[in-house]
Design a protein around this ligand. Structure first.
Ligand SMILES: C[S@@+](CC[C@H](N)C(=O)[O-])C[C@H]1O[C@@H](n2cnc3c(N)ncnc32)[C@H](O)[C@@H]1O
Length: 306
């Protein structure tokens, strides 16, 4: 029997109702500068996030399995990874491109350096280039067979310029895969987070939702359509199941407390986060005592553009 995620459907009417109740109209809007100067000045949060998504998943297929499928590789392609981060995904995909060429591209020097180190010594040629995804002038026209942007496009301020650049550097017949998720993804985390904020009578500006206003699975197709002849949306689901509140808390921290802790020094003292952690932990612990685990339902996927 082949492993498939075709039957992984965690969506329920209760979760849909929760999403419509819990997700506010206003979203956090992240910027390229936030990525470079705040979130990815070291790899610790990205490392912790990737670990949790992989360790606590219940979908037998991992993110890179879905990407390998979407990229439709022969093994010899030249691949550009926009916002490659610490190179975790590039390293997983590399065996499928052993006779190809990988280029990791990122705005944040610390994570880019980690990617370089991670792929150090592999025989597949790899290059790492620092820059912003809306300016790919470092690359000649028609220089890649494949491009991918994995959970990074919501940071890119000039998204239309980015897609035009991707089209330019892709060879005719090339393919671009953009991975993102729906704003309702991991609604259970936003639910406990907002409940704790309400209990604390927290400042109103924190009651904003996921950082997926700029681009998500819900609004990505129309943004990509002007640049590609064909855009196909592929949805898949997963459910992270945390058996211990402490391990969930590490994940919650790596998500910058659902963006509440994104900008250190914006007026929220450390005591605020201590209390927030305490309250979120109590809710997650209660769920674990009732259900055996705390679930985060992921509505994720990608666009395949050609
Ligand atoms: C959430 S991480 C994802 C990393 C990797 N793609 C993954 O899925 O593991 C987002 C990455 O995008 C990078 N990034 C954000 N804005 C960027 C931009 N304008 N150009 C290039 N990279 C950018 C960040 O530095 C960070 O490494």
């Amino acid at each position: 029997m082949s492993i498939t995620d075709a039957d992984m459907d965690f969506r329920t009417p209760e979760l849909d109702a929760l999403a419509s109740r819990v997700i506010p109209a206003q979203h956090f809007l992240l910027r390229t500068e936030d990525a470079r100067d705040s979130y990815f000045t070291d790899t610790s949060k990205l490392d912790a996030k990737q670990l949790a998504h992989d360790r606590f998943r219940t979908n037998p297929l991992a993110l890179h399995d879905h990407l390998v499928h979407a990229l439709d590789l022969r093994g010899t392609e030249e691949l550009l990874d926009l916002g490659c981060g610490n190179g975790e995904i590039l390293a997983r995909i590399r065996p499928h491109l052993a006779a190809g060429h990988l280029v990791g591209f990122d705005i944040a020097p610390a994570v880019l350096n980690a990617a370089r180190q991670r792929l150090e010594g592999v025989a597949t040629p790899c290059d790492f280039v620092e820059g912003s995804a809306d300016d790919l002038s470092a690359f000649a026209t028609d220089s890649f067979d494949r491009g991918m942007a994995v959970y990074m496009a919501h940071y890119v301020t000039g998204l239309q310029a980015c897609f035009a650049e991707v089209r330019r550097v892709l060879r005719p017949g090339g393919r671009f895969v953009l991975a993102t998720d729906r704003p309702a993804s991991m609604i259970e985390m936003w639910n406990v987070h907002f409940a704790a904020l309400r209990d604390m009578d927290a400042p109103q500006h924190l009651f904003r939702a996921t950082p997926k206003a700029r681009i998500s699975l819900d609004n990505g197709a129309e943004q990509l359509a002007p640049h590609f002849a064909a855009v196909e949306r592929v949805d898949w689901q997963d459910q992270l199941q945390f058996g211990k509140a402490e391990t969930f808390m590490a994940f919650y921290r790596s998500c910058n407390y659902c963006c509440a802790g994104s900008k250190p020094g914006e007026g929220l003292p450390p005591a605020f986060f201590t209390e927030l952690e305490h309250r979120v932990h109590a809710r997650v612990q209660a769920a674990i005592e009732t259900t055996g685990y705390f679930a985060l339902t992921k509505y994720t996927g990608h666009f395949i553009c050609s």
